[in-house]
Design a protein around this ligand. Structure first.
Ligand SMILES: [Zn+2]
Length: 572
């Protein structure tokens, strides 16, 4: 066969010649090929040098599962192509995207790959970076990698782990593994040879895209023959975030691998139309199920999902790795309706029925077009009674009443809703809200108040003054403050420990309310904000109820314990 003319490439007939430094096995393949010695080498590194760093597998040798080696590591490291620039064979893939459900060992695989790139990839001055939504999250993969180094005598002899600055330094080859955040700040310089991009679903938009692009261009220099960026994540929500964009791009790569030949995408979603309660289906997005992922735990979560739309969405997104929106109708109204309790003649009779009782108060004060909602929570052991008052300015009322076929007029007649004149709610001294609160402060003992922080301070002070409550807890209606109360209220409904006495305004609000699930934390939820200009729905009885539950739960239990202690003293 004639030799290639000088300067023309590729010479796809040149043999690979790569030698596995451990087994001395040499590759004799030519052209783009699957390089067995390289694939063996990476798997050998995992199994000989790495151990598991937590749980029941702690300190045990990292025995690769079939799916880890055959579906991820071997193709990712074994597929090589001829590089005309470097005049040698290099790895085909520059970007790897691994998407599966939570708790299938993503951090361990990521950490292992980064350590291979640091210790065994033959890269001088290697620069390895763990990046995630913030420094703390980025530390997660780094922690696993650090433990893996410290638990292996050979690796720990060759490198120094510096926890304070989150670095692993390999002085002999001038190499370093460090941590970066994707939440803005200084953009990255440098010239990384390996990047672990963790939990893409939580990366901020747009700074996540900027960081991703900066890392990619940093890897593009001629100094690096075969840099590798590995993203691992649970499926991002179906929205316009950076993570969602990347997911869509990677789905296209799965469908047509030639569209981006340098990208390796491994995605394990349960199809949206599959039965989510069929245990056989759970294995699709959870390759570790029944191995190091507990089947019992999955069964428990699936049970919760059956009765709770938020738990179902969370189960679908985080355990079954489905790409779905973040919002879901919160309260199954048949459950709500089962918690009716005694229905009194009208609003006044309902308020009167609890005269003389102790209660907690939640307040959601209105913006211009909203309902103002006050919720009183009357504790009764583990059970609660909820009673509301609602107000609305005339202008907003007329519009809503028309949109809802006049049903609000009937609620006004029965006193469930009070309409005030003008286009904003009146909070002058003669406000009907204050008048009502005065009356309630006379008939109930109000133990404490939680309120939306956006409420104006003077109004809250005035309400505190009129109800003899010294400290009004005011906070923003966000995931941090609403999640616990929302879960607790749902449980109370599920266990039929709530009585709402048929308040029609509250029912309407609960029926209108969508729950918003956090992008990356399966436990965090909050009521979704209504887009007021576009919607004739209102949810204000929901936040007022959640805040009343918060007040009761966070402070009521302290009060109980004080009483319990007093009882003990008296008995003693
Ligand atoms: Zn080869």
């Amino acid at each position: 066969m004639a030799a290639n003319p000088p300067g023309t490439k590729p010479t796809s007939f040149e043999p690979c010649g790569w030698i596995n430094p451990v087994s001395q096995q040499e590759c004799t393949e030519r052209g783009d090929h699957f390089c067995v010695p390289r694939a063996d080498h990476v798997c050998g590194f995992f199994e000989r040098m790495l151990v598991h760093t937590k749980g029941t597998q702690y300190m045990k040798r990292f025995t690769l599962r079939e799916w880890q080696s055959q579906e991820i590591l071997r193709p990712l490291f074994g597929r090589v192509v001829w590089s005309p620039e470097h005049k040698t064979y290099v790895r085909r893939y520059r970007i790897a995207y691994i998407e599966m459900a939570r708790k299938n060992g993503k951090s361990q695989i990521l950490a292992g790959i980064m350590l291979y790139l640091l210790f065994a990839d033959g890269e001088h001055s290697a620069e390895i970076i763990s990046v995630a939504k913030d420094r703390e999250q980025a530390g997660a993969v780094f922690e696993v990698a650090s433990q893996m180094v410290l638990l292996n005598p050979i690796l720990s002899k060759g490198a120094k782990v510096i926890p304070s600055t989150k670095r692993i330094v390999k002085t002999r080859s001038n190499s370093v593994y460090k941590v970066k955040a994707a939440d803005g700040g200084r953009l990255l310089g440098g010239n990384p040879s390996g990047v672990a991009a963790d939990e893409i679903l939580a990366w901020p938009t747009p700074s996540g895209a900027e960081v991703w692009n900066a890392l990619r261009s940093g890897m593009g220099s001629m100094d690096r023959k075969q840099p590798l960026m590995v993203a691992a994540t649970t499926a991002p929500a179906a929205d316009e975030s950076f993570g969602a964009d990347l997911h869509r791009r990677m789905v296209r790569v799965v469908e047509d691998p030639d569209s981006e030949p340098h990208v390796f995408a491994w995605i394990k979603n349960l199809p949206l139309d599959a039965d989510i309660y069929d245990e056989d289906n759970w294995h699709i997005p959870n390759p570790a199920l029944g191995d190091f992922l507990s089947l019992e735990e999955m069964r428990r979560m699936s049970m919760e999902a059956r009765n709770d739309p938020v738990a179902e969405l969370s189960f679908r997104r985080f355990q079954l790795n489905q790409t779905l929106g973040s919002e879901v109708h919160w309260m199954p109204m048949h459950l709500w309706d089962e918690c009716e309790g005694t229905v009194f003649q009208n609003a006044t009779a309902t308020l009167d029925a609890f005269a003389g009782r102790e209660c907690w108060m939640g307040i959601d004060l209105a913006a211009r077009q909203d309902l103002t909602s006050i919720c009183y929570l009357f504790p009764d052991g583990d059970e609660i009674d909820l009673v509301w008052r609602h107000w609305m300015p005339r202008e907003g009322f007329d519009r809503l009443n028309k949109a809802h076929g006049g049903k609000f007029s009937r609620w006004v007649e029965d006193g469930w809703l009070q309409v005030t004149e003008g286009d904003v709610l009146d909070f002058t001294a003669a406000s009907p809200v204050y008048e009502a609160i005065d009356a309630d402060a006379q008939r109930y003992t109000i133990l404490g108040i939680d309120a939306d922080r956006w409420s104006s301070d003077p109004v809250l002070q005035e309400i505190g003054f009129r109800t003899y409550v010294t400290d009004v807890m005011a906070y923003t209606n966000d995931f941090t403050h609403m999640s616990d109360g929302m879960h607790r209220l749902f449980e109370l409904v599920l266990e039929k420990n709530v009585r709402h006495h048929g308040n029609p305004v509250a029912r309407w609000c609960f029926d209108c309310c969508e729950a918003r699930l956090h992008t990356s934390d399966p436990d965090l939820v909050m009521p979704s904000k209504i887009k007021r200009d576009q919607s004739s729905n209102r949810i204000d009885a929901v936040p007022s109820s959640i805040m009343a539950v918060n007040a009761w739960w966070t402070r009521g239990h302290e009060v109980d314990s004080v009483y319990n202690n007093s009882d003990l003293l008296i008995i003693g």
